[in-house]
Ligand binder design. Sequence first.
Ligand code: ZN
Ligand code: FE
Length: 256
Amino acid sequence: MPAEIHQFLCLSDNFGALVHDPATGATAAIDAPQAMPILAALKEKGWALTDILVTHHHADHVQGVAGLKSAFPKVRVVGPAKEASRIPEIAEQVAEGDVVRVGALAAAVIETPGHTAGHVVYWFKSEHALFAGDTLFAMGCGRVFETPMAVMWDSLSKLAALPGETQVYCGHEYTLSNARFAISVDPDNAAMAARLREVAGLRAAGRFTLPTTIARELETNPFLRADTPGVRRALGLETAAPSAVFAELRERKNRG
Ligand code: ZN
Ligand code: FE
């Protein structure tokens, strides 16, 4: 039976996401930005929380753990081994290539260091769903806080190689500001311009712009396109290594 995935806002622009396995009743929260809206979403759906899959240690991804744990004392907290000391209530530490089960569903753990040094993402391959945390955003990527830029480029390249139809759920609703930046660094990309209009319309109507897909991101995410002629030309970096083009993109976005 296919998973049911429910996405909703927490805090100001964080996404909460629930992955429910109808075969067993198991339900995982992806990260725990805020307990109240996650508990409300569980109640609305009639689901009981069994697991919390944490992508990284930042407060806006773990601060809801305590509240969820008091409502569901048996909940299992899964998170990256490399950040275990900074993840509250962690019971299962995971690393590259591990498989996390949520009922009968299975997620492969992919390490994507960059935003934080131990960041992981969860890929439910049979569900064609990727929970990318703060590594990959729609038309953007996370800020690189804890590794050299080239490490983040390698992490994004791993995600870019996943099947194009993969649905990508991200940690934040940042798409509109990402789209405005994207246009400035890939000005001749018609798909990007069209997506900016679409995203502006969705946001004006109070709707989410996610999930996205890997295929769409390959077409319209400048951070996955650091090796394309259009982006290189716009930055005046025709012969630089892709990781250097990526670094320049990330620095420009930080300043913007
Ligand atoms: Zn973060
Ligand atoms: Fe975040």
